[in-house]
Design a protein around this ligand. Sequence first.
Ligand SMILES: Nc1ncnc2c1ncn2[C@@H]1O[C@H](COP(=O)(O)OP(=O)(O)O)[C@@H](O)[C@H]1O
Ligand SMILES: [Mg+2]
Length: 236
Amino acid sequence: MALLHVTDLHAGYGPVQVLHGIELAVDPGARLALIGRNGVGKTTLLKALMGLADVSRGTVSFDGRSLDRTGPGQRAHAGLGYVPQTRDIFPSLSVEENLIAGLKGRSVRCVQEAYELFPRLAERSRNAGHQLSGGEQQMLSVARTLLGQPRLLLLDEPLEGLAPIICQELMGAFTRLAESTGVAVVLVEQKVEAALRFAEHAIVLEHGAVVHREDSHSLSQRPDVLERYVGVSGAH
Ligand SMILES: Nc1ncnc2c1ncn2[C@@H]1O[C@H](COP(=O)(O)OP(=O)(O)O)[C@@H](O)[C@H]1O
Ligand SMILES: [Mg+2]
């Protein structure tokens, strides 16, 4: 049975309709890339999954239960972990304090899990959030969400604005964490090649609707589709 099941989802912000009839499913431990140009509704889809956008029609179910009347906090508690595009760390708190804020009642010793996954955060544990580089802030944002032990991780453009070497480091860490924890991942990413390498399946959005689905490896060999919907030819 799918861990996440989305049927006929229509959502937006108040009167503004952004998503029109989204259908998708994510199995436990599976990795899905969500790609498409700017403004097509990728962030809105992740927000709708978290209960942060207005759903006018359709259903989101997680682990066999409808989330329709469930708020963002309860969704996080149920096992959805969301890392927003804005890297919302606490800038004046230290790295360690930021991590502790993600523990959701687990023992403080558990912050070690974050340091094992991202050794750089251990080196920076006493630095304040605002002193970190963009890549380190992204690591912190992801690590904090993971400490809540989600079963599905929603990542919104984690590579945005990061240098290629840092992107490689982050994608390596994401692959290791997906393999070691079995967490399912929905990755929204404009760096399409990296997203397709990481994911097993891919969905392409345009104008708030799914216009293409394919397994990631074969999609990475389809420059025509990538050029048409994403504006890149794949191999870069
Ligand atoms: N808070 C909001 N209120 C109204 N419209 C919004 C809001 N946020 C985003 N939108 C609109 O929704 C559409 C999809 O945006 P978004 O989901 O952020 O796209 P993407 O993440 O694919 O770049 C855009 O047209 C954007 O202008
Ligand atoms: Mg976005």
